[in-house]
Design a protein around this ligand. Sequence first.
Ligand code: DLL
Length: 433
Amino acid sequence: MIFDIKQETMPREELRELQLARLKNQAERVHALVPFYRKRFDELGIKPSDIKSLKDLSLLPFTEKQDLRNHYPFGMFAVPRESIVRLHASSGTTGKATVVGYTRRDIETWADCMARSFAIAGATPSDTIHNAYGYGLFTGGLGAHYGAERLGATVVPVSGGGTKRQAILLRDFAPDVICCTPSYALHLYEAALEIGIDIKELPLRIGIFGAEPWTEEMRRDIEVKLGIKALDIYGLSEVLGPGVGMECIEAQSGLHLQEDHFLFEIIDPVSGEQLPDGEVGELVITTLTKEGIPLIRYRTRDLTSLNPTPCVCGRTFTRMNRIMGRSDDMLIIRGVNVFPSQIESILLETRGLTPHYQLIVDRHGPLDTLEVQVEVDEKHFSDEIKNLQRLERQIQKNIKDYLGVSAAIKLVEPRSIARSEGKAKRIIDKRVK
Ligand code: DLL
């Protein structure tokens, strides 16, 4: 089912016209209403009326997370406080919180984007949706909640935590769809088994997983264990919350981007130049309809590529490939760039390991070191020491062969790595900053 058939299947030419009209309007608004943008435009000698085509987007200045922080809490808002009906904030693992404000219309747009996303994932109005994204300042819980209601589904607002109780609710309420982080889905699976509930035996059909990077290998693992289709959802609080991109159940290959509400570019993170479709770079998003906190060319730090080829599902919105990771999370180990997701892929391809791992980065003298801690499964844990040592050497060799990085491997006991109720903490960086 396509939730908004007119918008989501719009011919590309028409879509581009709509985007241009909205971009012009957005540029006028930020210039008139947000002192930060007026100053930036003036510094660059640009007027909103200079935007004549979508190509002119590249004339406009970038916005960075730091700009939001510098204007903490409300300095980037484009409407008076009376028009803001909701605030959200991202705690930011890497610094001060960023605060976002929504007008009534922004909340409507968001609910629409999320309702579309549920439908893109194959959910229907007759489904029950177990929403285990955290409710609160994090956008996951309320974002998915409003979208589920907008779709007309039955929403179970469990939020994060109380994992065993969640397993019981999954059994008793028999939802069709679950929303949570991919790492939490695996945690829930284990916790359910401990109390004799095998999620695979339940009617659950679809998982809508996002808010953290994950891999194809992790998808397969979740699909097999939970007996569901696992789909990727993307979003970030600065531009909306969840629902900016959603993978369709038909193709399960990339996330459709909500191009009537946002413009997407991929840039070279160093030079800032736009890159052609298919090339990996940093995702940059311009909001086209946001009222509360419109953003021009927001640098997400997320690395991915775009895939403009038509999709079997019939939607005309471009697809984005799975996020590889954040540029902030890229590790540079003795000069070699590595993403945690690349290590995750290797670990999950190895028999005997579980998807629970942590990367410990340290510095000894001038050299960065990487230790990979990964849980072995119950069966392998009781193996002889020499077999475990062989397994360690094999992982070490694979990481060296595929990624060119020397890592120390530490196999740890099942269930010894802390489980998260939201975003998993994969990297422990002990280097002095
Ligand atoms: O994580 C919004 C969200 C909630 C998305 C629920 C999906 C589901 P923030 O807390 O602001 O917002 O974090 C945004 O999380 O810039 C990415 O680095 C990362 N992220 C979000 N979705 C994905 C994904 C929410 N599907 C930041 N794959 C983003 C990889 C993701 N990374």
